[in-house]
Design a protein around this ligand. Structure first.
Ligand code: ATP
Length: 304
């Protein structure tokens, strides 16, 4: 698995407080990596460090396998585009002029990509309208377009949906999916809203107090957090036979407990078990939402 970004024991201290505390992180190529943490958890600090805006106090990171202390890191960083929480755009310029300005900053003399880039982010029809009068969502999309000017294959977005209305959130989400699927861009997206990330992320990193609490794939998170029925019976061997017959997915937890990942007809199940001499003691629905899974992770022991 090729890693676009890898961080090891990354620490950033401000006086006595640690914004990053021995953080490890692995962002695989092609991923939409949801970087989740409460306000003040250290997300922005990590992003600023990997963008080269701040030096870590200790530890290291690598971008496309190039160590942060290697001179070639500047070249690797050119493959990255980043948008801070407040996109750095010129409010008194049109969308097209903002992109042209960025092309100039990057030393790219040819503006032919501007029209395509504006169309890509859904700002193709904004004409001479100044960015000042754009909605927050439009400003965010313009910020993303500016970050795409250097044709990066790794895009870093710090809280891109903060403060957006539902329509704005959908537009950003669709844009990120398009960039990832159609252009193969790896995306690191930070947010404190796990539910929103769950619609696009392929991988997650949960940060709390500057530490990586857990990294996991979207499938692993879904399996850990999905709804299930906790069934307690006198004999799980008999339960397994009945559930197999129903084609239900399940996990035997002990001699008398199992989690069933299917909508069960309780009467049908009870009758079928009764025929096998197996008694049903309880059936309870367990509804672990992503959010409560996350709170379970970061609300418990820090090193859990
Ligand atoms: P938010 O979603 O609120 O932006 P975050 O997860 O991005 O939160 P950071 O901005 O990285 O968190 O902040 C992590 C910690 O470091 C916080 O306790 C913050 O107060 C502290 N911090 C960040 N920048 C500085 C600074 N320049 N000087 C002192 N402390 C700082």
């Amino acid at each position: 698995m090729e890693l676009v970004l890898e961080a090891n024991s990354l620490t950033k201290t401000y006086g006595r407080s640690k914004a990053l505390d021995c953080l490890t992180m692995r962002v695989p190529r092609g991923a939409i990596y949801g970087f989740v943490g409460k306000n003040g958890a250290g997300k922005t600090t990590l992003i600023r460090v990997v963008c080269g805006l701040q030096a870590p106090t200790s530890g290291e990171y690598a971008i496309y396998g190039v160590d942060s202390r290697d001179r070639k890191i500047a070249k690797s960083r050119r493959r990255m585009g980043a948008v801070a929480e407040t996109p750095s755009i010129y409010l008194d310029m049109s969308a097209a002029d903002n992109l042209k300005q960025q092309y100039r900053v990057l030393g790219l003399p040819d503006f032919t990509g501007v029209t395509e880039l504006l169309a890509l982010v859904g700002l193709g029809d904004t004409g001479g309208k100044k960015a000042r009068s754009f909605s927050l969502g439009m400003k965010q999309r313009l910020g993303i377009a500016v970050a795409l000017c250097g044709d990066p294959d790794f895009l870093v977005l710090d809280e891109p949906i903060n403060g957006l209305d539902p329509q704005g959130i959908i537009e950003i989400r669709e844009l990120i999916l398009k960039l990832n699927r159609e252009r193969g861009i790896t995306v690191l997206i930070s947010s404190h809203i796990l539910d929103e990330l769950s619609r696009l992320a392929t991988h997650y990193g949960f940060i709390d107090h500057g530490r990586m609490v857990r990294e996991m794939s979207a499938e692993a998170l879904e399996a850990a957090a999905r709804k299930c029925m906790r069934v307690t019976v006198s004999d799980t061997a008999a339960l397994a036979v009945v559930l197999d017959g129903m084609g239900a997915e399940y996990k035997i937890l002990s001699g008398d407990k199992a989690d069933v990942y299917a909508k069960l007809n309780v009467t049908e199940l009870t009758l079928a078990l009764h025929e096998k001499g197996c008694e049903v003691r309880s059936i309870e629905e367990r509804d672990e939402s992503l959010e409560s899974f996350y709170l379970g992770l970061v609300g418990g022991e820090r090193d859990a």
